[in-house]
Design a protein around this ligand. Sequence first.
Ligand SMILES: Cc1ncc(COP(=O)(O)O)c(C=O)c1O
Length: 443
Amino acid sequence: MKTSESIVDIDRKYIWHPFTQERTAPPPLHVASAQGATLRLADGREILDMACSWWVNVHGHSHPKIAAALARQAATLEHVIFAGFTHEPAARLAEAIVNALPRPLSRVFYSDNGSTAVEVALKMAWQYWRNQGDTRRRLFFALEGGYHGDTFGAMAVGRSSGYYAPFEELLCEVRHLPFAPTWMGDEGCEEREARALAGIDALLDAHGHEAAAFLAEPLVQGASGMNMCRPQFLRAVVERMQARDIPVIFDEVMTGFGRTGTLFALEQAGVVPDLLCLSKGITGGFLPLAATVASQRIYDAFLGEDFHSAFAHGHSFTANPLGCAAGVASFALFEEEGTLERIGRINAANRNWLAEVARLPGVTRPRALGSIAAVTLGGDTSDYHAGVGAAVKAKCFERGLLIRPMGNVVYLMPPACIDPQDLRRAQDGLTAVLRETAPLYAF
Ligand SMILES: Cc1ncc(COP(=O)(O)O)c(C=O)c1O
């Protein structure tokens, strides 16, 4: 190995990065360490992580209590096959998750990441019907704009998010139901919801009897642009599904673990799904781990005397003890550090900031929930790589802020530990950048 090469040189030679056009992307930034809300680059620069590192971080980077729990676990049991074996971190984390959820959600199935949590839920719903001899349930319902991950089932239900054109012909059948977004000061919301619900009723009449499940990101559609809906809209959709006995899957991969101000978004929606997908924040953002939580009715449909009705799905690292130990430690921090209260304070500060920033030309649809604050720049577009987003990102970076716009949607999502002054600095920095970039979107 040549020691004169920098880490970035070595990276450029051997690595293929996610969601990146490798030919045109600038060299990646070498992060040497991270603490709290701050990333430290190898060249000494400090950057505030206002995107929670792809929405995984909860309490802050390198939290000493999670780090200590991991070190203890690594020295005790790093991993063991999870078919026919169990261990304390998996049992304790499942217990904590189920105790934090409403019944009938009661059984935790572990996997590795958000996409697999969704894949597991889709497969469970599909087989749930087949275990009862019903093969007419051959499609899924999902909300327009939803994003659920990059494996095949997740791509199919998320195809309207616009990321998967090359794979279109490989994806299973999904009917996308209209979504009704809303924002602060929105006056057309009720009418939009009524139109969406009428569309959903028509699709239910036509295809309800064929649906294996309905899947939604509750309250916030993350990757399609932090689009938020009112709890009553989500509730009305879910009640329609449940009235027709269509299992409901909530994808809380992004919204789970405090992101929306409650531990889970379903608490605000006031409805209980049959399957719940969790990942990202489950370990506080330390390690890849996921859980699909099933209701008793789904679980019971897989019980039988032989393997035919069992759920034939598993991953090598299912219920990895390190991930589970991080999860248990992260759960404890919610109490110890008043994480939800911290998120409540971030939300209040964000709402004040949004009221100011929404007065800037071309800044529309201010919206906030939990620790998320978002605005849309100019009109509607779903182009992930829209030039305005890239310009905002670059200018924010010059001000020491990691902000990752999605097309023309710009959002802040800091870890719960962020200092009020740092939050203010990020908000002011973004306001200044929006003023500078206004010619790109405010016509
Ligand atoms: C709502 C939602 N579901 C699923 C996923 C996929 O998770 P992962 O990237 O861990 O596979 C994501 C990722 O952003 C997500 O936001």
